[in-house]
Design a protein around this ligand. Sequence first.
Ligand SMILES: N[C@@H](CCC(=O)N[C@@H](CS)C(=O)NCC(=O)O)C(=O)O
Length: 312
Amino acid sequence: MSDSAPSILSDQASETTPARETTITLYRGWLDPGKYVWSPFVIKLETRFRFDGLQYRTACGSPRESPNGKIPYIEYRGPRMPHDAIPVRNEENGLRVWRLGDSTQITTELILSRDCGSATKNPVLWSLSAPEKALDLSLRALLENKLCFYHTRERWIDNYYAMRDHVLWNLSYPMRVVVGWFIYRKQVTLLHDQGTGRFESRDITRFKEEIWETISNALAEVVNIRKQHARASGRDDGSGSDREPFWFLGGKEPTEVDATLYGFIVSVLICTAAPESQSIVRKFPVLIDYASRIHDKYFSEYEKWDMPQDSE
Ligand SMILES: N[C@@H](CCC(=O)N[C@@H](CS)C(=O)NCC(=O)O)C(=O)O
């Protein structure tokens, strides 16, 4: 993965992009240039792109335009794709345009399969031990396929009005009321069928606390080991001046789970429809420290979350 943050093309900058150049447009659901958006999956994908030094421009888009009906999705414009998908259009200049959905699928197609033809041969993943790979995959699943539903419940059920007005920002008030009601009904059904909707609120709170505390403890251990190594090699002068990120698996480079974990932490910190999760996450300084370091290195031009209780 690339060591430094790429320069990100803004919407304005894209107008000067040479016609024959490969471009990636990331549709985030909101325009909000220079800001994170509330979707953890969008932040995950942006983070993954930046870890890799991949340039992209951002645009709003809509789930209706997305290949899988969800945000994020991308448009990739170039001479060819690593896989054999059918392009959505051909351009006169010989370039073709593909549209891809799902943050993991996009990562697999654009990054993991790029240099080696197959995601399973990716050098960083390849260098991990089998238990590390399992841990990386498991934590991603915990966040993307379990915690995600607790977040949906907190946002769409417990803090409905804040969520509705943010997500449906582009609709008139009467339309927001109608569309919001349909989304609400859909989420209630989804959460019931999935199981999250059948628990008491206090159970969901406990589940969220357990997840964040477990992750916090794991990161605290990484920090301790890092400090021990720094002391042993005489690199730690006690000034705390080292602001380099550290990674969930404790290695020198981020792995896939770091993009997901960062996406979920930041999504909680910036979302005003997630007060409970926000207070849980803020109870664990190591989570904030982990995210702050990644922000400072890879997203320095983005507006940062409020840091009233940060221990820095
Ligand atoms: N597995 C997808 C999940 C994306 C996702 O759930 N996006 C949400 C926003 S955070 C969405 O678009 N929801 C709209 C819907 O489900 O209709 C990914 O990794 O991209």
